[in-house]
Each structure stands twice: as structure tokens, then as C-alpha cells.
Design a protein around this ligand. Structure first.
Ligand code: KG4
Ligand code: ZN
Length: 350
């Protein structure tokens, strides 16, 4: 098989990518690492809503059912023949092991059948690329604020594949805090959009919730805030849910924005890029833009489609990895706890 490092990877290289790490079944076709020919996402959110969270076994089974139709749609929408695909990428982690295996196995099977290289992609690295896909004019160095259901981190991105984590949550992820508070307030699942919607009706200054670690480094902590919300509601059973939601959201957003700006200033970044599901939050987008502008920082707010899980970002990251590292061996597995590979060649790591 001609899957070697010498394969030329250029503007015409077409990557088909599959994403099945959590509850979205997605496939995309991207040319040259940034030209999105198609991006299809089939969300399982309705299936999991009745359980109040993602049920791993249910997710794996739904991925099995949805993946081939989603892949066919992605190829059809891209307007290409399958032979035009130069490489097949899939998310290899982090994520739910059963869910990951569906995408990884399918991508390897396509790679073998089509005799095209396989590329194993780190889901978190892909989230870093989502913002760049939406705005190719962004210039390094950048700070990426990655806020999802499983992760909250600030990443100093010096160049493609060269980055380090500047700070992360020491307990709950921001999205997890939104989901838990929403569940407590009976606002439904997923919690982020529900709190976002309730907040538009509430007063963000009604309750002064704690801003944990606001002046303390670049790490985050959200579990104390969640407890503060619960305690407040217990003590004030008649409090308006909308005011609690709005005040909680304001507390999360203030900390995220302050730390993102600090990280950008410390690394002389040209701007801040938002990523992850929580980046769809309307107050976060509004405040990040406002404060960023005040501090002379460029703020990139990717579209909702690019903030949440999708396969276009997997294809983009895969294209860069194929170019820098070559194909991934088909013997490589899926890794539920995969972390961001931290580059140490050009920037100091910690
Ligand atoms: O990136 P994502 O789609 O999946 C992963 O976790 O990888 O993020 C999902 C998270 C959930 O916790 C959801 O509640 C949150 O993003 N989220 C939001 C909003 N939309 C989604 N959080 C706050 N405001 C939103 N509008
Ligand atoms: Zn994600």
C-alpha cells in the first residue's frame, strides 16, 4: 500500500473525516485543510434527552445506525466521487470508547477498501482548528478558549501543531456546570442552551454568585459555583429560575472572559478564538467581543456549527497531521482519555 510519509499533501488533498466521539454522528469532506466541501452532522440529542445525559451504549448503537447514511450524504453533498478522497480521518479520542470505535473502525475499513491513508485525529486538537476554518485570516499566535461539556482550557497556539495548555479546569468543565445547574433547575437537557434561553428573561445581576479563582492564574473551577447555586435556591425557594440562570451564566462568563484576555496578553496573542459547545453561549460571545475590543484583541467567534462537534474540524486537523506526521498505522486504537499532544520544540511547556 502506498501509505507512506512521502505522500504529497497539498491544497488539492481531499480528506473525508468521521466524528463519533460523543453524541453527534458526523462526516465531512474538506479539501486542502480549509475548504469545507460538505459537513453533515446527525445529532442524537433527542435520543439522550429523556435520560438527562448521554448514555454510552445508546450512543454507540445510534452511531452504528447513522454513520453510513451520514458518510454517503457528506460525499454526495461534496459533489465528488469516492475515488476523489485522498485520505480518511476519524476521531481517535478523547471520547466514549464504544462511540469512538464505531468511527475508527469505519474509517479504517474505508481506508483499506479504498487503499487511502488513515489519519487518527485528536478531538481536542480538532476543536482548535474549528475557528481557523471559519476565519482563515486569523494569524498566530492565538489563544483558544476551548469550553465544552468535557473540557475547559486555554491553549496558546503558536502555529499548526505547536501549542501548549495554559490553564484548565480543576473540577467541572464549563459545559458540565451548565448541564448540572440546568438539571437542578429542571430546565432540561442539554443545559447550556436552556440556561442561555432562560437568561434572556432573567436579571444577570440579581444574585452575586462567586467568581472562583478570578484573579488567580489561568486555571478554572466551577464546582463551587454549582454548589452556590444549589444553596441559594434551597435558601430562597421562591427565587426566579430565570434570575438564577442569568446570574449563574454571568458568573461563568466573567471568569472565562477575564482569563482568556489575560492569557492573550501574557502570550502576545493577536487574538482569542472561541471553541467547544459552550462557545455558542450568547453572553460569552457578546462579552468576549466587547472586552476583547476594549483590550485591542481580535476575537473570533466561530459559527455555532463550528463550535459544536462536527467532522469538518476533524478533517482540517487531519490534513495538518497527515502533512506533518504522515498516515496513522491501522494498528492504532481508540483512546478515551487522549490528551492534547503538547509540542515542546518551539515553546516552553509546563
Ligand atoms: O463541544 P460540545 O458539543 O460537546 C463536547 O462536550 O465535546 O459541547 C457540549 C456542551 C454541553 O455541555 C452544552 O450544554 C454546552 O456545550 N452548550 C452550551 C450552549 N450550547 C451548548 N453552553 C452554554 N450556552 C450555550 N448556548
Ligand atoms: Zn467536542
Amino acid at each position: 500500500m502506498s501509505m507512506n510519509r512521502t505522500m504529497s499533501v497539498d491544497e488539492s488533498t481531499v480528506v473525508l473525516a468521521l466524528e463519533t466521539s460523543c453524541d453527534e454522528t458526523a462526516a465531512a469532506v474538506v479539501m486542502g485543510g480549509n475548504d469545507v466541501l460538505s459537513s453533515v452532522v446527525s445529532s442524537q440529542v433527542d435520543i439522550h434527552a429523556k435520560f438527562g445525559g448521554v448514555v454510552p451504549e445508546v450512543a454507540s448503537r445510534a452511531h452504528l445506525q447513522n454513520l453510513l447514511p451520514v458518510v454517503s450524504s457528506a460525499i454526495e453533498e461534496a459533489g465528488i466521487q469516492p475515488e476523489r478522497v485522498n485520505a480518511v480521518a476519524a476521531t481517535v479520542g478523547p471520547g466514549l470508547i464504544g462511540a469512538l470505535l464505531v468511527g475508527v473502525s469505519a474509517a479504517k475499513a474505508l481506508s483499506l477498501a479504498w487503499q487511502k491513508p488513515f489519519i487518527g485525529v485528536n478531538h481536542m486538537e480538532a476543536h482548535l482548528y474549528a475557528g481557523l476554518l471559519d476565519d482563515p485570516t486569523l494569524e498566530f499566535p492565538l489563544v483558544v478558549l476551548l469550553v465544552s461539556g468535557g473540557h475547559t482550557m486555554l491553549v496558546d497556539m503558536q502555529d499548526h501543531g505547536r501549542y501548549r495548555v495554559l490553564g484548565h479546569t480543576i473540577d467541572d468543565a464549563a459545559g458540565e456546570a451548565f448541564d448540572k445547574v440546568a438539571r437542578y433547575l429542571d430546565l432540561g437537557y442539554p443545559g447550556g442552551p436552556a440556561i442561555d434561553a432562560a437568561s434572556t428573561r432573567g436579571d444577570a445581576e440579581a444574585i452575586d454568585f462567586p467568581r472562583a479563582m478570578l484573579h488567580d492564574g489561568l486555571n478554572f473551577s466551577f464546582s463551587g459555583l454549582k454548589t452556590a447555586v444549589i444553596n441559594h435556591v434551597k435558601k430562597n425557594p421562591d427565587v426566579s429560575n430565570d434570575d438564577v440562570a442569568a446570574s449563574f451564566q454571568a458568573a461563568v462568563v466573567e471568569v472565562l472572559v477575564a482569563k482568556a484576555v489575560r492569557a492573550a496578553q501574557q502570550t502576545n496573542a493577536t487574538g482569542v478564538v472561541l471553541g467547544g459547545g459552550v462557545a455558542a453561549n450568547s453572553r460569552l460571545r457578546e462579552q468576549m467581543s466587547k472586552v476583547g475590543a476594549e483590550k485591542g484583541l481580535r476575537v473570533a467567534l466561530p459559527s455555532r456549527e463550528m463550535c459544536t462537534d462536527n467532522a469538518a474540524m476533524i478533517a482540517a486537523a487531519g490534513w495538518h497531521r497527515l502533512r506533518s506526521d504522515g498516515p496513522t498505522p491501522l494498528t492504532a486504537g481508540a483512546h478515551p482519555n487522549l490528551r492534547l499532544p503538547i509540542d515542546t520544540s518551539g515553546v516552553s511547556s509546563r
